[in-house]
Design a protein. Structure first.
Length: 85
């Protein structure tokens, strides 16, 4: 199977992976490893909540509830405390 025969949407994984590495290389020296990783985890949680809420990509639809909102708020608080000087 060659690159030209692969659906174009499947090639976005490689591009997004390269973009992720590039952003991490820029972010870590500026804000630190812990803060960068907390941002990554918070972003993944937020995106997963959105995917679950709308049932995207064929997943089961799970509505946003208080527990999920609390998780995002706690991650935002963790970011605040890690990043403040």
């Amino acid at each position: 199977m060659s690159v030209v025969s692969v659906p174009k949407w499947q090639l976005t994984g490689g591009l997004l992976g390269a973009l992720y590495v590039f952003i991490m290389v820029l972010s870590v020296p500026r804000i630190g490893v812990a803060t960068t990783l907390i941002v990554v985890i918070a972003e993944q949680l937020l995106i997963s909540i959105i995917i679950d809420h709308f049932g995207l990509m064929g997943s089961r639809q799970i509505p946003v509830d208080g527990n999920r909102i609390a998780v995002i708020l706690l991650m935002a608080a963790a970011l605040f405390f890690f990043y403040r000087k």
